[in-house]
Design a protein. Structure first.
Length: 137
């Protein structure tokens, strides 16, 4: 076998090896389910600036939370079979209009999943399980 064919065979086998490694990494990356970020109590409290005011017209003020809600359902934080029209309980906004807290009903009475959204960055920060509405009243 000539040296040209050996070099060609060597590079071909190296290419196949790199391709296999790439496919394995890609498969692992896709199989890992992204878990929604759960906020600590400190980070949650930091988003409550001043008095929280209830949003009167939730349809007008709310941005798209449904992809995050689907992640919560996949992570079994929210029940998968829950009527979406009854899911949102209330929406509160801080006095600076920086953060919005979207309270979602759960199967337990007086227990809520609060989605915290940063309005200035237009993104969801995370969620927290809350068992009372004292901070909002």
């Amino acid at each position: 076998m000539s040296i040209d064919k050996l070099i060609h065979l060597h590079f071909l086998s190296l290419y196949v090896l790199v391709l296999i490694i790439f496919l394995i990494v890609l498969y692992k990356k896709m199989s890992v389910k992204k878990i929604p970020k759960k906020l600590t109590q400190e980070k949650y409290n930091a988003t409550i600036i001043g008095k929280m005011v209830e949003v009167e017209d939730p349809e007008k003020s709310m941005f798209n939370i449904w992809p995050f809600v689907n992640k919560l359902k996949r992570a079994q934080i929210l029940p998968k079979k829950f009527n979406e029209s009854l899911l949102i309980n209330k929406i509160y906004r801080d006095s600076n209009n920086d953060f919005e807290h979207i309270l979602l009903n759960t199967e337990k009475e007086n227990h809520y999943v609060v989605i915290v959204a940063n309005l200035t960055k237009n993104k969801i920060i995370g969620y927290l399980l809350v068992d009372s509405l004292k901070k909002y009243l």
